[in-house]
Every structure is written in C-alpha cells, then in structure tokens.
Design a protein around this ligand. Sequence first.
Ligand code: FUB
Length: 342
Amino acid sequence: AGLSNATAAKDGKRPASDYLSQPLVSEIYTADPSAHVWNGTLYIYPSHDIDGPTPEDDLGGHFEMRDYHVLSMTEPNGKVTVHPVALDVKQVPWAEKQMWAPDAAYKNGTYYLYFPAKDKAGAFRIGVATSKSPVGPFKADPEPIKGSFSIDPAVFTDDDGKSYMYFGGIWGGQLQRNVTGSYDPNGSKTDLKADDKPALTAKVARLDDGMKQFAEKPRDVMILDEKGKPLLGGDHDRRFFEASFMHKYKGKYYFSYSTGDTHFLNYAIGDNPYGPFTYKGHFLLPVEGWTTHHSIIEWKGRWWLFYADSQLSGQTRLRNVKMTELFYNPDGTIKLINPFVK
Ligand code: FUB
C-alpha cells in the first residue's frame, strides 16, 4: 500500500449510480475481502479499517487496523451480518499493530484465521488463530508462523486436500526488505530499484497437515509473459505488488493479485499450485481509493468477485467491501470488470 501516482479517493461525492455495485455493509469500514462458502453460507474475512492519526505515506502507515470482524450472508447480495470482534491485536502475544488483510481456512472441524501484523521490531509476520466457529472468536498462537514474513496471506486448499499459503507485498508489505532471508529494517522502502530484472513476486508454501506451519521453504510465484520470461520490476502495469489470491477453474490454477501503484487487479494461469503462471491481463480496472484487493469464488453456481473501494468515505484508509458477478470467456480468460458504470 502507498501513495505515489495515486488515483486517490477525492470527496466521496460521486452518486451511487456511478458505481457498478454498492457497499455490502456501512456499520463498519471493511477492505481486502476474502470470501469462503462453508455449509452453504458465505463468510467474508475482511480487514477492519479505522480512522487513525497517522498521515498517509508510501508504507501504508495509515492502515492502523486493530481487529477483525467476520461478515456472513446466505444469499448473493442478501442481508449481511456483521459478527462481533473475532480477534483483537491485544489477544496476539507477538503482534503490536497493523492487522492487515486476513484469510481463513477450514479443516477437520476447525476454522483457521491467518493474518499479518507488525511485530515489536516493526517487521510484518503472519499469524494463525483457531476457532470451532467460522465467525470466531479465534484464539491466536503465541508465535507467528515460523519462517513467515510480509503480508496478505491467502490460503488455497486443492481438491486433494493439500493447502498452500500465498503471501507477500512490496513497499509497505516489506517483501523487498526480506530478500536475504531475514528482515532488514534498512532495506529499500519501495522495491529493488532494478527495473530490468525479474520483479519481486509473491511467495507460496504448502502448509503442513496441522495447518499452522509451513511444510517447506516458501518459493517464488513465477509470473511469465507470453514469451515465457518473468515479468520485470519496471513493468508496473503487470508486475506483482500485493493481494495474492488463488482459485481453480476448469482444472487450471488462477493466481490473481494487485499491481499496487497502478491500481489494477491482474491474473495469470498455471497448471499446478506452484506455477509458473502465464500472465493473462487485468480483470478489474482501478477502483476509487489507492488499494485494490479481492477474492474470487463460486457460490450457488455463479462466480463472484469480492473487492473494495472508498465509496462511503472518499478516503483510501476507510474502505468498504463489495461483490459483483465475474464471467469467463469460452477460452477460460476472465471478462474485464469496470467498477464504474459512468
Ligand atoms: O489493508 C491494508 C493493506 O492494503 C492490505 O494488506 C493490502 O493488500 C492493501 O489492501
């Protein structure tokens, strides 16, 4: 998250009819929606935005979230329930602040909440918390996942029951400060300043059977262009920035992500959960506000995109989640979505 080249939210005064879809809830501000269907009900695991004192900067210091609330609904675009606090930063022994984009998973009667937060040294780590209910309350493990770093965990469970965590983000997400294998507080604030070299990219690691640790060292999620070459650091319209998500459609693996400072949601297709993935294009044009972060799931026989913008507040730090239907072309590519109708 950051500010440069921002298509910043302005005054929030556009008429509601300009937007493709409307905020799902207005009681609280929410962003980064990760949707799951369990027992026919749709649950959304979003960030819970609050209006803190920190001025906006390129490192996302203004995203000062302290807790999570789960949302649920039983019909597409039906009534949305905002559940009580599912986990508060005060209940996470290792975490200090900035509870950013979470995700959730289910296995053998337990729900797992995965979340990034800054530890006391200012480094982002990824934590895990469990509950017997999809809406919490969740109990956090005392330590972050061993070997975890950066932000935006997204957990995908394949048809064979194996689960994988995709994660990472540059700039405020600190991926560029973790290239040596440990956190370097003096590393670059933004990227590697190597526009002609392969771009920094997301990481993927299989989770072990207990769902609370990596089963292997995280590897790079390779995103290749049409010639089979990795996307380059200077290719800001296409390269990975943050907001990893994985879904499967007709046997293919769709890795999707945000381009951050150019504000697109992009996707790439592969033949297995590790990739490599071939870049296919944008599927969501820039929304109102700086960040863009999403999930894609099938529910009741239709495909849905969950995303967020700043329609209610007009401010990047105070976002609201939305949903809209997503369509595929016969060749498996995704039809481009414009978040504005005017
Ligand atoms: O919501 C805080 C951060 O901004 C998320 O972790 C990023 O994906 C971006 O949405």
